[in-house]
Design a protein around this ligand. Structure first.
Ligand SMILES: Cc1cc2nc3c(=O)[nH]c(=O)nc-3n(C[C@H](O)[C@H](O)[C@H](O)COP(=O)(O)O)c2cc1C
Length: 541
């Protein structure tokens, strides 16, 4: 069935739509999960990942790649929570049954993906350096299983998880999850072992107690545990950092569709909705709402007319809901990197640069050749912009641009510049300073003709840094030139376009380290017996 779906989606979808009630009926009798597993999906919307046309955003995209389009939609989803589908309890249960029936998923698989999504969502917001101590409170059902899986992944991500799992489910899946955690020496705490004030010992409290199929009033010991979570909130405003509560799919104790009916339930800081948010998530007012469970096949999305934001790259979670209100002053990373010592570096900074650049490429960073170029004209006022490095060797660093742009005017007045590379993910920065010259016309010509024809025409059309009356003005000229060169003839490089080369006179390699004790190695030229050598010195961070 699954391979059929993959081969012919349109045909198979209609086929499945016809055949599923049959499947569903037979599954209901032969295979009915003890509790509906994953999440209910109530759909009030009608398009799955429909292209959201926002001329304001799309028009300014320099790339029209699928990835960029997905990012646009993700941004729009974040800013417009109403554009996302919410599920009621019945739909959530139905979807689980379809996933685990005709679509061939097992409970174990869905639980693994759900737990991983929860762990990655937590890691997106709460870094282990600051929020390392995690208590996962697990209920007896699937939500508890998600919590156990999440705890295992959090352990691997560098957190120190503990588990409170007072009503264990004696099934191979759950016993296996417990064994896996025990083998990692993750402590299991009884309710009696827990400190009366959870805020002293933990930074994160994961609420994996009840899922979407729960109804009624919580029974002991979960009523007491939930009360402890409720009390945490707002009780001690004087404390510097209260632990955060992360709810898995449903804030436990909430009504799945109506939310915190009496207003006396827990108030999580983060909600990780699984598969699709349930109706109660509309009432979630915490700062971090994520969606996880990246396994919704197109068939289900189509059938339930789900509108969900796309996941980017290989992410297992995506932020949804209101954009977070961040305290900019509190944003900080604690860098952890291998040591970067004078003895290890290359004697020649260009070789060192190549090494780091190759690492950035190997790490799969996006546009590792993007660099900030700073210039200043006669007035001494500096200006910066990103350009792309297009070559580097012993002669220097090359980029291409418009010779009548602002940067070009400034370089004519003052042919000196600085380049800055920042490779996030590797905690690395490289600064390069030096004098600048135009590259030869042949070199520019050669590079110009290696570019896609659309880019060549774009370079002719754009009088870079000049005021234009509107986007149409540019597009009209572009269309005329596309037409003119539609025969495939050579597009001549315009005189106003070409390359610059910065000849480096100064380098600085920076590597982020813990507690702000970063590594900074400076290379500056020195004359030794008439020979130019690079002196390497360590600077205070
Ligand atoms: C990722 C990225 C890459 C860019 N690459 C170049 C480039 O290689 N050459 C260029 O002239 N402008 C490039 N730009 C645009 C420049 O940042 C800038 O807007 C333009 O060069 C005009 O700058 P100016 O008015 O200071 O001369 C790039 C922008 C971004 C964000």
């Amino acid at each position: 069935m699954w391979s059929l779906i993959r081969k012919s989606r349109t045909m198979t979808c209609s086929l499945l739509t016809l055949s599923l009630p049959l499947f569903y009926n037979s599954i209901s009798t032969i295979y009915r999960p003890a509790r509906s597993l994953r999440n209910p999906l109530v759909t009030t919307s009608s398009v799955f990942l429909a292209p959201i046309s926002s001329s304001a955003i799309r028009a300014f995209c320099s790339k029209s790649s699928e990835a960029r389009g997905m990012a646009d939609r993700a941004v729009l989803s974040i800013h417009n929570p109403d554009s996302i589908s919410y599920l009621n309890q019945r739909e959530a249960a139905e979807i689980d049954e379809i996933l685990m029936g005709p679509l061939g998923f097992s409970v174990d698989q869905l639980m693994e993906l759900a737990g991983l999504s929860v762990a990655t969502s937590i890691a997106e917001v709460y870094k282990p350096g600051e929020y390392g101590r995690v208590l996962t409170i697990c209920g007896p059902g699937n939500n508890g299983g998600d919590g156990l899986v999440a705890a295992r992944h959090l352990y691997q991500f560098g957190y120190k998880p503990s588990i409170c799992y007072p009503k264990r489910t004696n099934k191979p899946l759950y016993n296996g999850l417990v064994t896996q955690l025990e083998s990692l020496s993750v402590p299991f705490l009884s309710v009696e072992d827990l400190p009366s004030d959870l805020s002293k010992d933990f930074d994160i409290l994961v609420d994996a107690i009840f899922g979407f199929s729960f109804h009624g009033a919580p029974r002991p010991p979960f009523d007491d545990l939930l009360q402890r979570l409720v009390c945490l909130h707002g009780s001690d405003q004087t404390r510097q950092k209260a632990p955060v509560i992360v709810s898995v799919d449903i804030p436990s104790g909430w009504h799945v569709e109506e939310g915190d009916v009496g207003g006396e339930g827990i108030k999580p800081d983060m909600l990780v909705s699984l598969t699709a948010p349930k109706l109660c998530a509309k009432k979630f007012s915490g700062p971090h709402h994520f969606l996880g469970g990246r396994f919704v096949p197109p068939f289900i999305a189509d059938k339930y007319k789900l509108r969900l934001p796309p996941y980017s790259g290989t992410a297992m979670c995506v932020r949804i809901g209101k954009p977070p209100q961040v305290d900019i002053s509190a944003l900080r990373e604690n860098y952890i990197s291998p040591e970067f010592l004078e003895e290890q570096v290359e004697a020649d900074p260009i070789d060192q640069f190549r090494k780091w650049f190759d690492d950035a490429v190997a790490a799969g960073l996006r546009e590792p050749n993007a660099m900030a170029l700073s210039t200043a004209g006669m007035d001494g006022k500096p200006s910066s912009r990103i350009v792309l490095l297009k070559g580097v060797d012993k002669d220097g660093f090359v980029w291409y641009t418009n010779y009548e742009s602002r940067k070009a005017h400034e370089l004519t007045e003052n042919p000196r510049a600085s380049l800055l590379f920042y490779w996030d993910g590797l905690n690395r920065q490289v600064r390069v300073e030096g004098s600048v010259q135009k590259v030869s016309d042949e070199e520019s010509d050669h590079y110009f003709h290696s570019r896609p024809r659309g880019s060549q025409i774009g370079a002719i059309v754009s009088k870079q840094s000049a005021v234009v009356p509107g986007r149409d003005y540019l597009y009209q000229q572009y269309k005329e030139l596309v037409e003119k060169y539609s025969d495939g003839s050579l597009i001549p490089k315009p005189k106003h376009w070409g390359g610059y080369r910065l000849k480096p006179e100064y380098f600085e390699f920076w590597l982020g380290q813990q507690s702000r004790l970063h590594d900074r190695l400076r290379y500056s030229p020195q004359d030794v017996d008439g020979k130019k050598v690079w002196r390497i010195e360590r600077l205070a961070p």
